[in-house]
Design a protein around this ligand. Structure first.
Ligand code: ADP
Ligand code: MG
Length: 779
């Protein structure tokens, strides 16, 4: 130990010499000037003292005041200066990987070092750190994963949890785990950082930890809502040319016939009306969809363009920040703007993007000031809301939406759809325009919509299915999930926890004693609902990956088959053309997607969707989700790069059907034929009806004894949406425990399947076995 001590002391001295040399260099001095101008600098001594004296400190301060880049750096600098640099290990978590990367890059530049020296980063699948790294920026997920194998965080001296005001699930989850760790690690320092002023909540959670507020300074920002924006820009709502969905089409037609003033009123009431009705129980998904499509896909693009034109033509100099929902929207808008005479002119406009998957080279450009006479426009996701600060922004254009996972109670699946932001977010976005001088913010939605926004966003923990969370908690070797979660900042309902545990047992992720099974271990790695994760794993194991990938992606987004009120019959016929006597909505989706892909290749995707009553937007979303999922599965080692071997059995209808059954279990209903009528009963003996747009609703009889389904919807009766017919043997072999006491076969647990996967020849044996069993059961 004393040898190690000596090595560390020598390294500490070296660190100190390097730091002093940088601080005395001209560039170092210039950098210091900038750093001293940040509001956090004035509080530096107070902050360091508070952290030295308390195990937990909560720090709040306006975005851009220097929390993330400065505070961990202050600690590092002062440790190095005191000659103990090599003994400290600081970790600072970020909710998003891109901010962990951007921030570490910035901090190492401020220290005059290449990234990976004293400052590094680590995110999933990527990292840059070395033996000299003493300040590490990582995602909260990475720290959670580290806690799995290193429960005491040995060697770590300081943990910063950043952006806790966002109430991300991983952050809330980390706070529980760290709270448990603190008594065991008395020397560990925990610093919580938050942008807004709800610091008391976190302070109370840690037994009255001291809070420090960094006073900031921003300029006033004037807010314009849609009503004003239409006046200011002279934008006519008649020029929608991106009609994609029937809801929009209808909206568009009514708009066209109205005078501008009436049109404005009409659009306001339409949205207001829709917002008032968004209760899950009574509101048809059709209307919900048309509301969610309202922005920014249709009006949004052209309206954004109009707002940008107005700013560039009429307004004073200053960068523009446009808040959009995601990468797809950002790239399509960027494409659209390219051909614009003003906005696409590189001599006048510097058009940049800022989102989770941008290149590092582009990241740097965002912060740079463009040459005079060139206006910088940054198209960004809500990442630019709090975790990234662009100083020269004077104008903000806000679409009012953000893509986030929400918990769709009907689907019992996470949705990856854009949804309206909260009032707090809207204010935060607006504030981004006032960093250097008074600014302007264009909210592209009516004021009434803003007023209907939730005040704050619900913590992610309360709007995410607990199925996956409970699985993760279990992989932290926690005894009782319920007890663990009751320690959360805002604990979820106990019934929700109870349901999740029951469900995990049912699908074989937990055993009777609530311990993780092998399957459970794999499912805990996949960022999807465990049910769908199971389907994906099965698709990979049985090498019919492609169709399963489409089905899982479709179930994670929403139904792409449209059902317009006035064309129900036509739409139903169109959908049934994809069914070909499969008795399966899921297979219909697979065929629709295959057709879409061909059409896309030929450049006729739009006509294809129109003809087949498909939402082009949803098809696109399914397409991009497929890519994400297949990447994740490859990453988890469940598929190899060779798609043809992963798809060796994709043509096998009955296999795909069996795997749908494996995933959707326990969503099953028995098909009861009585003379000329047909009815359906679920496991709890409840009566269910088929959703009107289901291909199975078009048949008099169904030649399968069972239907498996993804979701039940309660309206006035209980409906099942998408369903697939399955045989007894499929249910016995691939479902869980069959009701009425019949035990699913000896292979029911995926534990066994996973072993099979490790030896591919065994999988073939299993398939042969299955066929034989099939025959036996038919007799
Ligand atoms: P906070 O965490 O309080 O929101 P940050 O520490 O992220 O603030 O940023 C402090 C300031 O540092 C910002 O206002 C910005 O001026 C500057 N800054 C941050 N990142 C960069 C960067 N990559 N390039 C240039 N300046 C940056
Ligand atoms: Mg920050």
């Amino acid at each position: 130990d004393s040898v190690m001590e000596k090595v560390l002391q020598r390294r500490s001295l070296r660190l100190r010499n390097m730091q002093r040399a940088w601080q005395e260099s001209p560039e170092g001095k210039r950098m210091m000037e900038f750093r001293k101008s940040l509001p956090s600098f004035k509080e530096k001594e107070r902050l360091l003292q508070a952290i030295a004296r308390n195990q937990v400190v909560v720090i709040s301060g306006e975005t851009g005041c220097g929390k993330t880049t400065q505070l961990p750096q202050y600690i590092l600098e002062s440790e190095i200066e005191s000659g103990r640099g090599a003994f400290c290990n600081i970790i600072c978590t970020q909710p998003r990987r891109i901010s962990a990367m951007a921030v570490s890059d910035r901090v190492s530049a401020e220290r005059g070092e290449p990234l990976g020296e004293s400052v590094g980063y680590k995110v999933r699948l990527e990292g840059m750190k070395g033996k000299n790294t003493h300040l590490l920026f990582c995602t909260s997920g990475i720290l959670l994963r580290r806690l799995l194998s290193d429960r005491n965080l040995n060697g770590v001296t300081h943990v910063f949890v950043d952006e806790i005001h966002e109430r991300g699930m991983n952050e809330d989850f980390l706070l529980i785990v760290l709270k448990d760790l603190l008594p065991r690690r008395r020397d560990l320092r925990l610093i919580l950082m938050s942008a807004t002023l709800n610091a008391e909540l976190f302070s109370a959670y840690y037994g009255g930890a001291p809070t420090i507020h960094i006073p900031g300074f921003t300029h006033p920002v004037r807010a314009h809502f849609l009503e004003d924006v239409l006046d200011i820009t002279g934008y006519k709502l008649t020029s929608f040319n991106q009609i994609d969905d029937y809801g929009q089409d209808k909206l568009w037609k009514t708009q066209k016939q109205l005078t501008p003033r009436k049109r404005k009123y009409q659009i306001t009431t339409l949205v207001e009306d829709a917002l008032n009705k968004t209760s899950f129980e009574t509101y048809s998904s059709r209307v919900r969809d048309s509301l969610s499509n309202w922005m920014p896909d249709c009006i949004g693009f052209n309206l954004i363009e109009a707002a940008l034109c107005h700013i560039c033509r009429k307004e004073r100099p200053g960068a523009v920040l446009v808040f959009m929902t995601g990468w797809e929207d950002i790239t399509s808008l960027k494409d659209q703007l390219k051909s614009h005479p003003l906005l696409g002119d590189p001599n006048r406009i510097l058009l940049l993007t800022c989102h989770g998957s941008m290149a590092t080279s582009e990241q740097k450009l965002i912060f740079e000031r463009p040459p005079p006479n060139i206006r910088k426009i940054v198209l960004a996701t809500n990442m630019a809301e709090a975790s990234i600060t662009i100083n020269d922004v004077v104008f903000v254009v806000d679409c009012g939406k953000a893509k986030e996972t929400t918990y769709d109670a009907l689907n019992n699946t996470p949705c990856l759809l854009p949804s309206w932001i909260s009032q707090a977010s809207a204010r935060q976005r607006r504030g981004r325009a006032g960093r250097v001088q008074p600014g302007e913010c264009y909210h592209l939605y009516p004021k009434c919509v803003y007023e209907a926004f939730a005040e704050y966003q619900l913590p992610e923990l309360l709007r995410t299915p607990l199925n996956s969370l409970c699985l993760q908690i279990k992989s932290l070797q926690v005894e009782s999930i319920a007890e663990f979660l009751s320690a959360a900042l805002q604990p979820p309902e106990s019934l929700a926890v109870f349901n999740a545990i029951g469900f995990l047992k049912m699908i074989g992720a937990l055993d009777e004693k609530e311990n993780l099974t092998n399957l459970g271990k794999f499912l805990s790695i996949l960022p999807v609902d465990p049910k769908l994760g199971k389907m994906l794993i099965m698709g990979a194991i049985f090498r019919c990956f492609d169709p399963v990938l489409t089905i899982v992606s479709g179930l994670s987004v929403r139904d792409p088959f449209l059902l317009p009120q006035d064309k129900k019959e036509l739409a139903g016929t169109a959908k049934s053309r994809f069914s070909a006597k499969d008795y399966s909505d899921h297979m219909a989706l697979v065929r629709a997607y295959e057709g879409w892909k061909d059409a896309e290749r030929e450049g006729s995707a739009y006509e294809y969707c129109w003809r087949n009553f498909l939402s082009a937007q949803t098809m696109q979303a399914i397409h991009s989700l497929r890519k994400q999922f297949s990447f994740i599965l490859k990453d988890a080692g469940l598929t190899d790069g060779d798609m043809s071997s992963n798809n060796k059995l994709s043509h096998s209808q009955s296999l795909v059907r069996a795997i749908i059954c494996a995933g959707l279990y326990p969503g099953i209903a028995s098909v009861v034929h009585r003379e000329t009528t047909m009815s359906f009963k679920t496991m709890d003996d409840g009566q269910v009806l088929l959703y009107a747009n289901s291909v199975n609703a078009r048949y008099q009889t169904i030649p399968y004894p069972w239907l498996v389904f993804g979701e039940k919807v309660k309206v006035n009766a209980v409906f099942i949406r998408d369903s697939t017919g399955v045989s007894d043997s499929m249910l016995i072999l691939f479902g869980g425990t069959l009701h009425r006491g019949v035990q699913g076969g000896h292979l029911k647990m995926l534990d066994g399947y996973i072993d099979l996967f490790m030896d591919p020849s065994l999988a073939d044996c299993y398939l042969n076995l299955k066929e034989e069993l099939d025959k036996v059961i038919q007799k």
